[in-house]
Write a new protein. Structure first.
Length: 600
């Protein structure tokens, strides 16, 4: 009798013939399986036990020192036509890419166990969720995938069901196939390749986060953005949070900030004391990825395809993010953090003293920070004190506001609202941010990162902007679009805005705008809070700093709009005319730069 899992079993057989593992293990996602994996990794040294009194169920993984972040220059999106990949991605012809990476996979699992990891991105019963199977030789990847996704038997059952329903039209089933091997961890023999037409990912030579946990950036953003485009939805690098107001409303907000620019922190923020007294509450739905589609009511409905957090450790403290700290007090995998004398995890921003650095050496400040700047924790989202049951809702949650933001030390105000949807798309497309340690390469360099998707949009940015614009149609009840900047610096180089919990003050203004209770001030770049519209009680901030945060520097913005225009040109000939018109509209409203300005 033919197996219902024909497509899957024949692929697994094919991969095993190529990689030649000693064993094949089909993951069921059970507690016993996880416990056995952990034991195995403790024996092999892949995991180190942390202080079980202070951190029960917590372990440390040290990655190879040359394998600590995403590698954008080795990440390829292999559409058959180069143009479809766009200026925002690296391209290789699919045949060439397969040949190159299959040569690396040849025999690479000899003597090792090959794990078959079925997973579901999103609640298993959600029509918005999508399944995949990752084949990997890394037990660390398996353990992380178990935390980050709905992994195991339930996902396999859904894949089986969908395979049955697909009746020949999709005789390969509908799941995404991801093949991964840590290989030799040689940066010269490392590739992260995507084949959107084949729903296939191949990743070789890295064991780290976004390079290796294929359900996350590779599937849920690069492959899914292609599916979203053809099926009329959006796959975005966004947190999702719920805000309960004192008057009994709940507003859901989705926010796109580039890597290591504050999504995890905002998604679980703790309201300032006065807000808590008034009855404000924050609920966390997601901290990194958001899939959303128009519902029958015309609103955008969003799910978080993930089940866990792969969060930045440095900077996480009882001041900045007590919720995260509580979340990661047990049953957490730490990657590349430092250790204290009593074997507790440590990173910059925590009290106490590091004794062993992230590479396992005695800590010496001459070697740089004790924890790697991109050290991370992997933890089930259910452990977060503000975790919301709404994250399991099959239809998702309705979005009231979309927020864009980045690290902009100058020019960009604390907050502004886009005039309308296509202006909002321009604001997202024009996003800029300083690079961070989340990817290899220089840190602190300003670059455009449209919708925080520069490393993750799996097709041409011009087509992507057109897709965003297409949501503005009859019957749509679109969210308002805002832009924030928590990272504005003063002349002394210090942040002007306190950030973290106090960011709720900015979100409150947005909610008032969504509910139509405040007017704001109209400017060419967007609508800003009026003089008394931000609630600042209990906040220690100098008036002149606030004025700076909310000022619109016309000369600076003229230059910025010219730079945005040049950036948009990189998407020609696929740049939507409507977006060009928006940029021209804002530029004209600001007036042309004076000759003197252009030369200073
Ligand atoms: P990825 O997981 O890489 O996608 O990042 P993320 O967007 O979730 O970033 P995260 O919330 O982990 O924040 C990264 C860094 O930004 C941390 O070091 C935080 O301490 C810092 N940060 C977050 N929010 C704020 C803020 O409001 N103000 C300031 N000054 N720093 C912040
Ligand atoms: C990011 O870099 O945006 C992350 C971490 O969220 S990773 O999973 O490595 O992509
Ligand atoms: Mn991210």
């Amino acid at each position: 009798m033919a197996s219902r899992l024909d497509a899957l079993t024949s692929w697994v057989t094919e991969v095993a013939a190529l990689t030649r593992p000693a064993n094949i293990h089909w993951c069921d996602g059970s507690d016993a399986e996880y416990a056995a994996l952990v034991q195995r990794m403790l024996q092999s040294g892949d995991l180190i036990e942390l202080n079980q009194q202070t951190h029960p169920g917590c372990y440390l993984h040290r990655s190879d020192p040359a394998d600590v972040a995403r590698v954008e220059h080795l990440t390829f999106v292999c559409h058959p036509q180069r143009e479809d990949t766009g200026p925002n991605n690296h391209w290789m012809a699919p045949d060439e890419a397969h040949a190159k990476i299959d040569a690396l996979f040849d025999g690479c699992m000899a003597g090792r166990t090959m794990y078959v990891v079925p997973y579901c991105m999103g609640p298993v019963d959600s029509p918005l969720a999508r399944c995949g199977v990752e084949i990997t030789d890394s037990p660390y990847v398996v353990a992380n995938m178990r935390i980050m996704t709905r992994m195991g038997a339930a996902a396999l059952a859904r894949i089986e069901r969908e395979g049955l329903l697909s009746n020949g039209a999709h005789s390969n089933g509908t799941f995404v196939k991801g093949l991964h091997s840590t290989g030799e961890l040689d940066p010269e023999r490392r590739y992260i390749m995507h084949f959107p037409d084949e729903l296939t990912i191949k990743s070789y030579g890295s064991g780290y986060g976004g390079n290796a946990l294929l359900g996350k950036k590779c599937h849920a953003l690069r492959i899914a953005s292609n599916q979203a485009r053809s099926e009329g939805w959006l796959a975005e690098h966004m947190l999702i949070m719920g805000i309960d107001t004192p008057w009994g409303e709940t507003h859901y907000i989705a926010a796109a900030f580039p890597s290591a620019c504050g999504k995890t922190n905002l998604s679980m923020l703790i309201p300032p004391e006065s807000y808590q007294r008034d009855g404000w509450k924050v609920r966390t739905i997601g901290d990194d990825i958001c899939w959303m589609r128009p519902g029958q009511d015309g609103r955008l409905w969003a799910i978080n395809p993930e089940a866990g957090f792969f969060g930045v450790a440095p900077g996480t403290s009882s001041n900045s993010n007590p919720n995260a700290l509580q979340t990661i007090a047990r049953d957490t995998i730490y990657t590349n953090v430092a250790l204290t004398a009593d074997n507790q995890p440590w990173w910059e921003g925590l009290p106490g003293t590091p004794v062993i650095d992230w590479q396992g050496r005695p800590y010496d400040p001459a070697n740089g920070p004790a924890a790697h700047p991109n050290s991370r924790f992997t933890v089930s989202a259910r452990q977060c004190p503000t975790w919301s049951q709404e994250a399991e809702a099959a239809q998702g949650v309705p979005i009231s506001a979309i927020v864009f933001g980045g690290r902009r030390p100058s020019l960009v105000p604390l907050v502004f609202e886009a005039h309308h949807w296509s202006h909002g798309v321009l604001v997202g497309a024009a996003m800029g941010s300083e690079t961070t340690a989340a990817a290899t390469g220089a840190v602190g360099v300003m670059r455009r990162d449209s919708m925080a998707m520069k490393p993750f949009c799996g097709y041409h940015y011009g087509d992507y902007f057109a897709h965003w614009l297409s949501f503005d149609r009859a019957g749509a009840r679109l969210p308002k679009v805002f832009h924030v900047n928590w990272f504005r610096k003063g002349r002394d180089g210090k942040f002007l805005w306190p950030g973290f919990g106090d960011n709720l003050r900015v979100l409150e203004w947005m909610i008032a705008r969504v509910e139509g209770r405040l007017d704001g001030v109209r400017t060419p770049i967007g609508i800003l809070p009026g003089p008394a519209e931000l609630k600042l009680d209990g906040l220690d901030i100098e008036r002149r700093h606030l004025d700076e945060l909310l000022a619109v520097d016309h000369t600076g913005w003229q230059t910025e709009l010219a730079a945005i225009g040049e950036y948009l040109d990189t998407c020609l000939p696929r740049l939507p005319e409507r977006l060009r018109k928006e940029q021209q509209r804002v530029a004209e409203a600001l007036g042309q730069p004076r000759q003197a300005d252009a030369t200073t």
